[in-house]
Design a protein around this ligand. Sequence first.
Ligand code: UTP
Length: 321
Amino acid sequence: MNRMIAPHTSSTSAPARRTVRKAVVPAAGLGTRFLPATKATPKEMLPVVDKPAIQYVVEEAASAGLDDVLMITGRHKRAIEDHFDNAFELEQALAAKGDTVRLDAVRDPARLANIHHIRQGEPLGLGHAVLCARRHIGDQPFAVLLGDDLIDPRETLLSRMLDVREEYGGSVVALMEVPPEQVHLYGCAAVEPTGDEDVVQVTGLVEKPSRQDAPSTYAVIGRYVLDPAVFDTLERTPPGRGGEIQLTDALQDLAAGGTVHGVVFDGLRYDTGDKADYLRTVVRLACDRDDLGPEFIAWLKEFVVGLESRGEQVDRRRSVA
Ligand code: UTP
């Protein structure tokens, strides 16, 4: 799909007038779906073309006006910390060569926002990871962006969610319609319409339901704007599915009180924690790049033609046999 998309920064209210200033990026999960690559590297650091996935996520937060980003890191803390820090020797070497393009690329991650790190000692679940942010966030609403979940840089989902928080208060989740056979992979929302076409009231949430138990085909994706009330709820939330403290369970409690809304998103989103989706993401974003795209697309077309003729040969061999 090659859609025309408005540039990232458009929104209905100026970022300066919004109350949300801080973002939390949980990146302490085990990443078991991507082993062995994630044995010694967090999945959030896997490269998507030439930047780690988590850099796209921080760029998205910064574009929406969130200038304070707290990373929740786990056992691979160093790689993430180093990426968003200065790299003195590397910078010196590039400066000595006069390689300003690469020098900028190396410096960019540290310049995106005020970046902080906190360690989640044990991966006790996404809800627990968010709870680790409590002291840093204080009593203000905040955004949560999952570090392996990419929203295409041309989309404006987060800005829209921040505006919805300003208008409706409470917490806001991002929802995407998925095929019924995929609901068991996501948190799933029961919803009712509001006066806004792209906004729904969330009346209930279930984490990874079976197809039969799913209240809808609206899946919760990795963007949230949370009211600080979520912290007290998380403190009371017992381990749920998979023995983990689930953010969905805490949001279910808040939804029962009528304070959760959903923004329905139908744009481009990539789950880089999943191998097949990761591959699609790299190909798609590489095709979109001015510097790499034209040559890569030409190669890709030839490659696909080669695949098709190879498939035809196999089919012919099968029909002869
Ligand atoms: P996932 O549900 O993708 O789990 O986490 P995971 O363990 O990272 O990956 P798999 O399923 O084993 O492959 C969603 C997000 O929440 C973070 C992850 O880093 C990811 O960004 N997370 C999850 C934490 O920060 N801490 C946790 O305890 C669990």
